[in-house]
Design a binder for this molecule. Structure first.
Ligand code: GDP
Ligand code: MN
Length: 388
């Protein structure tokens, strides 16, 4: 689950990481009103969307009068924001953050993520922060420092010092202390709130020698949301793909992709393998869908409806290895979905495992048109032929 910048900054404040004063608003009038409680001009106007790269896309603006503030807010709210991370259609902006502007001396980068290969959190730090961070680090990886944290022991103070004292030129001692304190507090946030990402870019050093988080990005591990009720309460699902949102409601692991072969599979591993064989046969999957081992007939129905609703889908592959999910349950679920929605695309079925004969019979005795594949390779070939 992704947080908006203003939500992450609220959390930063609570944990003692300094951030600029600001207010989230939904209209130009509100923006003007909010500025009266803020120091300035100049003020910052910042689109609140779940994608980065807003600065370069016109989603972050400096304004120097109330009138400019009003116009900038209007402009940001009135058109989809297109950044490197949104895709060409852009993202609708519902909220804008108005903020005091900060006098920037240096822009640093600070983030904590999980390093999967090391199986532990890693703090990433660079003095080349700001909007060019991706380009800079791709060209000069030496500009990025990492500290791995042993999660049992927690971070050691020397680790933060090693990162901070690497700054060149070295800031004043008071500024360094502030940077180190921000590192320690960001780690607290990361672990207390079950983050998969906590990022400050830029972490700004001001001309007056203060350190503060000018931007804030947080992603919470979905698997931990059951114990992060407060965070769950501030979820803003408006940017989520509508089909993915529906799948989530039914507890289906569904991810929409760009291809045209819809796939319904049980088990994440089998779903990945199915995507691979589809690609190897020369086609592209339209989705990842793992209906899960214990899927009920209703979940199958909902999953199938979601695949059918994706207008890109030109053929559907059902690949089920019956275990806990029996093939007959699968067959009945598919038929229930088809009763409500007509399927206008070819359907390829590969079933194996528990109650496979019964499952096949249920499908055969219906008036559903489908092709049977003996194995996965044949299934992928058959489904690819339907679209090529
Ligand atoms: P992002 O592009 O989505 O990461 O948005 P950011 O919040 O990081 O803003 C982009 C850039 O705008 C930053 O790297 C800064 O250079 C600049 N910026 C953000 N806030 C301020 C501010 O208060 N004052 C000034 N002068 N520049 C700012
Ligand atoms: Mn940023």
């Amino acid at each position: 689950m992704k947080l908006h910048e203003y939500q992450a900054k609220e959390i930063f404040r609570k944990f003692g990481i300094p951030v600029p004063d600001g207010q989230v608003v939904t209209s130009p009038e509100e923006a003007v009103k909010s500025a009266q409680g803020l120091q300035g001009p100049p003020w910052m106007v910042k689109a609140q969307v779940h994608s980065g790269g807003r600065g370069k896309g016109g989603g972050v603006r400096v304004v120097s009068s109330l009138n400019d503030l009003k116009m900038a807010t209007e402009a940001i709210l009135n058109q989809p924001l297109i950044t490197k991370q949104t895709g060409p259609e852009g993202t609708k902006v519902y909220q804008v953050l108005t903020e005091e502007s900060v006098e920037i001396d240096r822009e640093l980068y600070l983030a904590i993520v999980i390093d999967r290969s090391m199986a532990r959190p890693v703090m990433i730090f660079s003095q080349a922060g700001g909007m060019e961070i991706e380009e800079v680090t791709a060209r000069s990886p030496a500009l990025v420092l990492k500290e791995f944290v042993n999660p049992d022991v927690g971070p050691m103070p020397y680790q933060w010092r090693r990162l901070a004292y690497w700054l060149d030129p070295l800031p004043e001692p008071q500024t360094l202390t502030e940077v180190i304190s921000i590192m320690a507090r960001l780690y607290e946030i990361f672990t207390d709130l079950d983050c998969s990402l906590a990022e400050i870019n830029p972490l700004v050093l001001t001309k007056a020698g203060k350190a503060l988080a000018v931007d804030a990005k947080m992603t919470i591990d979905d698997n931990a949301l059951f114990r992060q009720k407060e965070i769950l309460g501030i979820d803003d699902p408006r940017e989520m793909d509508p089909l993915e949102l529906r799948a989530k409601k039914y507890n289906l692991s569904y991810i929409r992709l760009d291809g045209d072969i819809g796939a319904m599979v049980n088990g994440a591993g089998l779903a990945m393998a199915t995507m691979d064989v589809i690609k190897m046969a020369g086609a592209e999957p339209a989705n990842f869908l793992d209906v899960g081992g214990g899927a009920s007939e209703e979940m199958i129905t909902k999953g199938f409806e979601i695949i059918l609703e994706d207008k890109k889908v030109k053929a559907i592959l059902i690949n089920i290895f019956g275990g806990i999910l029996r093939c007959d349950v699968l067959a009945r679920g598919v038929l229930a979905a088809v009763e409500k929605t007509e399927i206008g695309v070819p359907l390829i079925v590969r079933l194996a495992g528990t109650n496979v004969e019964e499952g096949r019979k249920i499908l055969e005795n219906s008036n559903l048109q489908f092709l049977v594949a003996k194995n996965m390779a044949e299934a992928a070939d058959l489904v690819t032929k339907q679209v090529s």
